[in-house]
Design a binder for this molecule. Structure first.
Ligand code: V47
Length: 378
């Protein structure tokens, strides 16, 4: 089955013959023939010492699709509440309802925050929060309605599968019916959070109160069936094995073969500060680049691979754009989840700075919308 566009023009002559690791070389040859990778290829990506060879192949695949372009969006991340009953061990963001710094924005407060957004050409609100024990479905639909601007280019990418499951079970609805209600209220797309790593072993240890991999994938499949495109993530660099990362990527690829609604994949490097795992170092730069390159090669049916500047930092983000990533997320304005866990990046970046980051990396910036459609510059 051929899935990759030809990467031949983008792989300089003799690159494959100069790749030191025979497993990476064999993988490059498969891709040149348009063949799909298998799990043992995914493992070879993680186990190789030849980071540059792996990166050259991943970058050739990226270039075959997008040339020298790299994409970004003018968006605003809004976390409507930090109250969460799941209490995941990797998370520094969640609070108990009565904690001093617990907060929940009312729909009108959220609308007010967005009205004051510093992003002039706002195209997307990325809206996620904790699983609050006391909010009913009306709160979520009112929130979407309060943020919807009729006849506007502004789109709402809202609620992870974990939040959808939470609000559906509290309302006594199926996740599918809940998604229908949210779509009617203005939901355009879903973010990729809450997937963590598809491993029961890790789930039991780190996020036992969260939905399982099967459940997360089922809700995304349901959204795809309703025409709501979604993203996918992998939280890595804590206690998971490389085998578990590979399984995660192949489960996403299998789901996408069936329901076809994933637009982008985002690898989320674990940030340990203020979590019960603060003794861990988080993944290295090499590990982050390998994970992004591997995602580009394995996820041949997911168009976009994001280098999330908030969690990578600007310099590694620029590098990742040469290791298979084609998108660096957006202006964001006020990021909280990674920053509570020690991210040292700015809380948001201007459109101008995102453009500079891409140009400094030797690439051509392209502004996009939520659906990854290019926006013509005015
Ligand atoms: O769901 C939580 C993860 C996610 C930590 O879909 C952590 O376009 C690292 O999903 N260290 C939120 N990661 C971020 C996210 C996202 C970001 C940008 C774009 C999109 C998109 C999605 O971050 C959470 C969780 O999986 N997370 N704690 C931590 N300590």
């Amino acid at each position: 089955m051929k899935t990759h566009p030809s990467i031949t023009p983008f792989l300089p002559d003799n690159v494959l013959s100069r790749i030191a690791d025979p497993a990476v070389q064999a993988m490059g040859e498969k891709l040149l023939k348009g063949e799909r990778l298998e799990p043992n290829d995914g493992l070879a990506c993680f186990n190789t010492q030849d980071l540059i060879g792996l990166g050259q192949i991943a970058s050739a695949v990226k270039q075959s699709r997008y040339g020298d372009k790299a994409f970004f969006i003018s968006n605003h991340h809004l976390n409507y509440t930090n109250v969460c009953e799941n209490k995941c061990r990797f998370c520094a963001f969640h609070r108990d309802p009565h904690s001093e710094d617990a907060y929940t924005f009312s729909p009108s407060e959220a609308a007010e925050l967005i009205a004051r957004s510093p992003v002039a050409d706002l195209r997307e609100i990325h809206l996620v929060g904790g699983c609050h024990p006391d909010l009913g479905l009306d709160y979520y639909t009112d929130l979407l309605k309060a943020l919807t601007r009729e006849k506007s280019a502004l789109k709402l990418k809202a609620f992870t599968a974990v939040e959808i499951d939470h609000m559906a079970s509290k309302a006594g609805l199926s996740s599918l019916d809940c998604l229908k209600r949210l779509k009617e209220a203005g939901l355009s797309a879903m973010p990729g959070g809450g997937a963590e790593v598809f491993s029961e072993r890790v789930r039991k240890a780190l996020f036992p109160n969260k939905i399982s991999a099967d459940h997360w994938l089922r809700i995304h499949g349901e959204a795809h069936g309703l025409g709501v495109g979604t993203n996918a993530t992998l939280l890595f660099g804590h206690m998971e094995t490389v085998e578990e990362r590979v399984t995660h990527l192949f489960r996403l690829r299998d789901q996408q073969d069936i329901t076809k609604g994933f637009r982008a994949f985002i690898a989320l490097p674990f940030h340990p500060d203020n979590t019960p795992m603060s003794h861990l170092p988080g993944p290295t730069g090499v590990d982050i680049l390998k994970t992004i390159a591997t995602a580009r090669l394995v996820l041949d049916n997911i168009d976009h691979i994001k280098a999330y500047w908030v969690m990578l930092g600007p310099k590694l983000t620029q590098t990742a754009l040469h290791f298979g990533a084609d998108d660096l997320e957006g202006t964001i304005v006020k990021e909280r989840i990674a920053h509570q866990a020690g991210a040292a990046t700015a809380s948001g970046l201007t459109r101008k700075r995102l453009i500079e980051l891409i140009e400094e990396a030797g690439l051509v910036p392209g502004q996009r919308d939520t659906f990854h459609k290019p926006i013509q510059e005015s």
